[in-house]
Ligand binder design. Structure first.
Ligand SMILES: O=C(O)CCC(=O)C(=O)O
Ligand SMILES: [Fe+2]
Length: 242
C-alpha cells in the first residue's frame, strides 16, 4: 500500500478538494434525481434540544442495488484514499445499509445533530454547493477508553466533555464548507461533529461513506439503524451517539 506523509489518525480529519470533478458530481446528481423519481425517500426526524436530526436518506442497500456508481466509489477509490491517509487498511462496513448513504438536507428544515459515528472513519463527498450547511467538527476531541466505545464509563466521559463550556475550553472547532467534488475524511468515532443549517434555497446533497477494521461488529447496530433509517419510534433516547 502506498504510504503518505499525512496521518489521518493523528490529524483527525483531512480535506481533499476536487476529489471528483464537477462533471462527475453532475452525473451522480442526475442519477440520484432519477432514483428519486421512482422512490419516496423517508424523512428521518428526531427532534431534540439544540440541533435535531432531520434529513432524507438513500441507504446503502438501495445504493448497491440502484446507484452502482456510488457503490463503486465506496468499495474502490474512496476506500483506497482513506487507506492511504490512514496508513493501514480499513474495509466497508458489513452492515451495508449503514456503510454508505446519500444524505439530503432541505434548506431551513433539515439539521444534523452533534454526534460521533459508530465507524472508525467517515468520508463525505459534497455533490453541490449550498449556502450554509458547513460540516462542523472537533478533530480528535474524544477521549476513547480502552474498554471500548460502548462502556458506561465511556458514555459518562463523553457526556462530560460534550458540555458546551468544556468544548469551548478544550475543543477547536473546524468548519468545512460544502464544495462540489470536495472530499472530507475524518476519524468519525473521535471527532464530535454536526452540520450547520442549510440556508438559501438549494437542497444540500452529499455522500457519506464509512469504514472500519474488517469484521468489526457494532453492539448498538439494531437500535441505531432503526433510528437513522426508518420512521419508527426510537427505542432508546440517544442511540445515535456513537
Ligand atoms: O453531512 C455531513 O456533513 C455530515 C453527516 C454525518 O455526520 C453523518 O451522516 O453521520
Ligand atoms: Fe456523522
Amino acid at each position: 500500500m502506498a504510504t503518505s506523509e499525512f496521518d489521518l489518525n493523528k490529524a483527525g480529519y483531512q480535506v481533499v478538494d476536487d476529489f471528483l470533478t464537477e462533471e462527475q458530481c453532475r452525473l451522480l446528481l442526475s442519477k440520484i434525481n432519477k432514483y428519486r423519481e421512482g422512490h419516496i425517500l423517508p424523512e428521518i426526524h428526531r427532534p431534540m434540544a439544540g440541533r435535531s436530526l432531520r434529513y432524507h436518506v438513500i441507504h446503502g442497500e438501495q445504493i448497491r442495488e440502484s446507484l452502482p456508481e456510488i457503490w463503486e466509489l465506496y468499495t474502490g477509490r474512496v476506500q483506497q484514499r482513506v487507506d492511504r491517509s490512514l496508513g493501514f487498511p480499513l474495509a466497508p462496513l458489513e452492515n451495508t445499509r449503514a456503510g454508505v448513504n446519500v444524505n439530503l438536507m432541505r434548506p431551513k428544515q433539515s439539521s444534523y445533530r452533534w454526534h460521533y459515528d459508530r465507524a472508525c472513519v467517515t468520508a463525505i463527498i459534497y455533490l453541490n454547493e449550498v449556502e450554509g450547511g458547513q460540516t462542523e467538527l472537533y478533530p480528535n476531541y474524544r477521549m476513547l477508553l480502552r474498554k471500548g466505545k460502548n462502556s458506561a464509563v465511556q458514555r459518562t466521559l463523553d457526556r462530560i466533555i460534550q458540555a458546551k463550556p468544556i468544548l469551548g475550553i478544550f475543543g477547536t472547532k473546524v468548519r468545512v464548507s460544502p464544495k462540489v467534488g470536495r472530499l472530507v475524511m475524518m476519524r468519525a468515532d473521535r471527532c464530535w461533529h454536526s452540520v450547520r443549517s442549510v440556508l438559501g434555497d438549494r437542497e444540500r446533497i452529499n455522500i457519506i461513506l464509512s469504514y472500519d477494521l474488517p469484521g468489526t461488529e457494532f453492539p448498538t447496530a439494531e437500535g441505531l439503524d432503526s433510528y437513522l433509517y426508518t420512521q419508527e419510534e426510537a427505542r432508546s433516547s440517544d442511540p445515535n451517539y456513537s
